[in-house]
Design a protein around this ligand. Structure first.
Ligand code: MSP
Length: 593
């Protein structure tokens, strides 16, 4: 980050402080949820992924960022009425020195490299079932208009001045670094080379006249925003980290580069000798997508949830909100932060040759399988390690055996020859455990199961709100295990449909298990959309009965009619999730290496 001490300012230094008492005032933060227009706040939501650099092909870390956003967005859609508008954007970050240098190294024009790699991201996201509503490329004309307009707003509000920047720049991370964040490491020729302490990427000394943004004026407003909205950055440790950063000095920020040095970008309006800093350019993508600068963007901003990796927290939690406040807008509603994937204990990198190709993984483990793995194992607060055996073990046990086995046990022709959703017998399973008459068969553990599954949707929603999707999946998985225990305990295969004593209880056991499966299928839709679709279709659940509002779990137990009782099950009887054959050649190879 640029330090004041590294600046010899050529321009006006003492411009008046930014006024924050305009239409988007900080009063909004202290009085609860943010909102530009309250009537649209509740019905509209807008989710974003970071936009991805096109210097190299996508890897599983990129897919993970997109999947987290996709799952959050899909879960939101399950919660709100079907007419409510939900936006979800992703895209590629195509300007800047990093891309300019990568294109030169590959002997390509920058635009060729961008087209090629952006297409790879688009294809990956299509294959991985990412349900985005827009894919933005920062080289598009609509984006240039938005960035230049945004720049004009900052300029008009006296927040940009010209100054001399002298300090370190890291092209790989596209950021300025103070001396304290730079170390020396032996380079390829053995000489000590300056590198970023955090990322290990090379840095170079830069000295040039740039436009500078008065970031230092935003330290207090940012502190007020974060203190007034403790959930602005989730999980909490990241919120805390940003507040700690804000305890330190917040230097002004250089927001342009000399065009002779950086030509691959958006020119500063009215000054072609300067190109806009790629992070300012990139962050504005979130506004471009919602129509900025046309007024329509106001119905989407700031009901925004940014999903980002921890490495880009400073850009999203300090620079971006400050730029927004500077341009007269509110900071985003939520910033959800996740950690990184390592591979066999090491950081993924091209030079180490350990980059995991997400498309190979989708092929091997299926789209649903790999989505489930990344979201079930990825923990936002700390890094997770990837290796193939872990995927096989998890998917075999949770999707193939536990969930697929449960569905099979309750729908197989042998056990349910009529192929219908059986009736629930209230005398066998009365809602009050103590009130069971002679036909009562349910045991204490069965009531515990009903209570766990009844509260599961709310628990899952809380975990989504706290960006703990892995915990939501853990909770579902635990209920699947509990349901298998229920079926095992009552061994419906030992009961006889022909016996008037057994039949009502047999139907009840299957009814309860199918109701539990219906809840699991509904809750798994954001993570494993086609597996959940197959599961719900097998249960005969129509497409209008799959939202959280339509769930009504085990309504017969609670004294209400059930629309499912007596309904024909879906015709598709195939295996829900096939066990991954451990003898597959790729796995053997992975063991040997
Ligand atoms: N272009 C910027 C973002 C601009 S957003 C206005 C950028 N791009 S990136 O391609 O380097 O990273 C995109 C996302 O992928 C980030 O959220 C980053 O944290 C994430 N990941 C990159 N490597 C990762 C892992 N190894 N594991 C998990 N996520 C990772 O930064």
């Amino acid at each position: 980050m640029l330090r004041i001490s590294a600046l010899r300012l050529l321009g006006r230094r003492g411009a008046s402080r930014v006024s924050l008492s305009e239409d988007f005032s900080l009063r909004q933060y202290s009085s609860g949820p943010l909102g530009v227009r309250d009537d649209t706040r509740d019905s509209r939501a807008y989710f974003t992924t970071p936009i991805f650099y096109v210097n190299a092909a996508p890897h599983i870390g990129h897919l993970y960022s997109a999947l987290l956003a996709d799952a959050l967005c899909r879960h939101h859609r399950l919660r709100v009425p079907s007419g409510a508008a939900t936006g979800f954007s992703t895209g590629t970050d195509e300007h800047g020195l990093k891309i300019q240098q990568a294109a030169a190294a590959a002997g390509l024009a920058p635009s060729e490299l961008c087209d090629r790699v952006s297409a790879q991201f688009q294809q990956l996201f299509r294959e991985a079932d990412i349900s985005s509503t827009d894919f933005i490329r920062t080289t598009e004309a609509r984006h240039r208009v938005a960035v230049q307009h945004f720049w004009g707003m900052l300029k008009a509000r006296g927040l940009l001045y010209k100054g001399l920047y002298e300090g370190w720049y890291c092209a790989s991370d596209e950021c300025f670094l103070p001396e304290a964040k730079v170390t020396r490491q032996p380079g390829p020729s053995g000489d000590l080379c300056p590198v970023s302490l955090e990322s290990g990427h090379p840095v170079s000394w830069t000295k040039e006249e740039n436009y500078i943004f008065r970031l230092s004026q935003f330290r207090e407003p940012l502190q007020q925003w974060l203190r007034g909205d403790p959930q602005a950055i989730t999980p909490e440790p990241f919120h805390h980290t940003v507040l700690q950063w804000l305890e330190e000095e917040l230097p002004d920020l250089s927001v342009s580069r000399r065009s002779s040095h950086l030509h691959w970008g958006i020119p500063v309006p009215g000054d072609d000798s300067q190109t806009i800093y790629v992070w300012l350019d990139a962050l504005v993508n979130y506004l471009t997508v919602i129509g900025y600068p046309n007024a329509e963007f106001k119905s989407w901003w700031p009901t925004t949830s940014h999903i980002i990796g921890k490495d880009i927290l400073k850009f999203h939690a300090i620079y971006w909100p400050a730029l927004l406040l500077g341009a007269g807008m509110s900071p985003p509603h939520r910033i959800y932060v996740h950690s990184h994937w390592t591979v066999c204990g090491q950081k993924m990198s091209k030079s180490l040759g350990n980059v995991v190709d997400p498309r190979t993984c989708l092929d091997r483990y299926t789209v649903d399988g790999f989505r489930y793995f990344l979201l079930r194992q990825g923990v936002p607060s700390w890094d997770c390690d990837y290796y193939d055996e872990k995927v096989v073990k998890l998917l075999d046990s949770e999707l193939a055996d536990a969930l697929g086995g449960l569905l099979n046990r309750c729908t197989a022709n042998r056990i349910n020859p009529s192929g219908i959703y059986p009736a629930f017998c209230t005398a066998c399973f009365p809602s009050e455990p103590g009130s069971a008459g002679p036909s009562g068969r349910a045991q204490a553990e069965d009531y515990a199961l009903v209570s766990s599954v009844a509260t599961l949707p709310e628990q899952v929603a809380d975990h989504y709100d706290n960006f703990q999707i892995y915990k939501a999946l853990e909770a579902v998985s635990s209920c699947v295990r509990q349901t298998n225990g229920f079926v095992q305990r009552h061994a419906p295969w030992k009961l006889n449909w022909e016996s008037p004593v057994d039949a009502p209880w047999l139907g009840t056991v299957l009814h309860v298990a199918l109701e539990c499966l219906r809840v699991f299928g509904t809750l798994l839709q954001p993570v494993t959309p086609s597996l959940a679709d197959r599961l719900l279709s097998r249960l005969g659940v129509s497409s209008t009965e799959r939202s959280l509002g339509e769930l009504h779990f085990l309504s017969r137990f609670y004294g209400h009619p059930s629309p499912f009782e007596g309904r024909r099950l879906g015709p598709e009887t195939g295996v829900l999730f096939p066990r991954l054959d451990q003898s597959r050649s790729w796995l053997v190879k992975a063991h040997k290496t």
